[in-house]
Ligand binder design. Structure first.
Ligand SMILES: [Cu+2]
Length: 307
């Protein structure tokens, strides 16, 4: 009896909740080493952010603390962002935390990124019966995306987020014990290349995401065949040669947001970039309707109620 009680107590206390945070980046397969507080603006712990109005939603807690290094990468290279739960190579994130992985880029700022500066460059949601998080776990925490080939040289912030939907059937602003869980992480990247394309979608995460967004208020436990990834469509960059002729209107839901304030506060020199022309949108990927519809299943007892 005594043993059982102790075991239960241990189990409860060791439930640090199956959150996640980022460990490192690889460039074309080359591991750049432990990036925590080096080139990743690491939060103090692996807990989620749920308040869409909080600046922590953008680059997580401490997202406004610039770190000393940059990942060096050529435009067009493949970046691999590696996540883990408590220790590198562990279970990565609890399997209940199903949801999308979305990646944005912005001109470098030493600030917390809570401005209309972001451009979506990659996303994965629900396709072929699998969530992006399922794939992340299968890939031992690694998520790949490609830097735009014609991205102008300079310093950038790249924000990747995992959105865990296991409590997203209720909105956080209605029930603070539930709501979608955001795990954002911002990486400082210095890009080399001769391209002239610049990120100019000017998405503001705080105002562009809303509590009623169908990709943020989403019932994982009802039957569904597709999932609408939050935020704007993936954007071709302004000045991008691959962007095509006719500029389309910016589809961000944050149209009302403030003008793109470039943070002048930065002590660090930001790279000179070509003047932005109108941005061109491209077709959204990753929302492919999967033939296999998930069976509605009973909602599990939340493994992870705390935030
Ligand atoms: Cu969690």
């Amino acid at each position: 009896m005594r043993f059982i009680t102790a075991a239960l107590a241990l189990a409860a206390s060791s439930c640090v909740c199956a959150h996640t945070t980022m460990f490192s980046v690889s460039v074309d397969g080359a591991d750049q080493g432990d990036g925590r507080n080096v080139y990743i603006r690491s939060p103090p712990n692996n807990s989620p952010v749920k308040d869409l109005a909080s600046p922590d939603l953008v680059c997580n807690v401490d997202g406004g603390k610039a770190v000393t290094s940059f990942v060096k990468a050529a435009a067009g290279s493949t970046l691999t962002f590696e996540w883990f739960h408590d220790n590198r190579g562990d279970d990565i994130i609890d399997g209940t935390h199903k949801g999308p992985i979305i990646t944005y880029i912005a001109p470098f700022t030493t600030g917390n990124g809570a401005q209309a500066i972001w451009t979506k460059i990659a996303e994965a949601g629900f396709a072929g019966g699998k969530w992006a998080v399922d794939t992340l776990i299968a890939n031992r925490g690694k998520n790949d995306f490609v830097l735009p080939a014609d991205l102008a040289a300079g310093q950038y912030l790249i924000r990747q987020e995992i959105i865990a939907l296991h409590e997203a059937d209720a909105a956080f602003n209605v029930n603070a014990a539930r709501g979608a869980q955001f795990y954002p992480s911002c990486v400082q990247v210095e890009v080399a290349g001769s391209g002239t394309a610049v990120p100019s979608q000017n998405f503001n995460v705080n105002t562009g995401y809303t509590f009623g967004d169908p990709g943020i208020l989403f019932n994982l436990y009802a039957a569904f065949t597709s999932y609408p990834i939050p935020g704007p469509a993936i954007a071709a960059l302004a000045g991008s040669a691959s962007g095509g002729a006719a500029p389309a209107p910016v589809p961000t839901t944050s149209a009302a947001a403030a003008a793109p304030t470039t943070t002048a506060a930065a002590a660090t020199t930001t790279a000179v970039r070509a003047p932005a022309t109108t941005m061109v949108t491209s077709v959204r990927q990753g929302t492919t309707t999967a033939a296999a519809s998930t069976k509605a299943s009973a909602r599990p007892v939340s493994p992870c109620r705390a935030s």
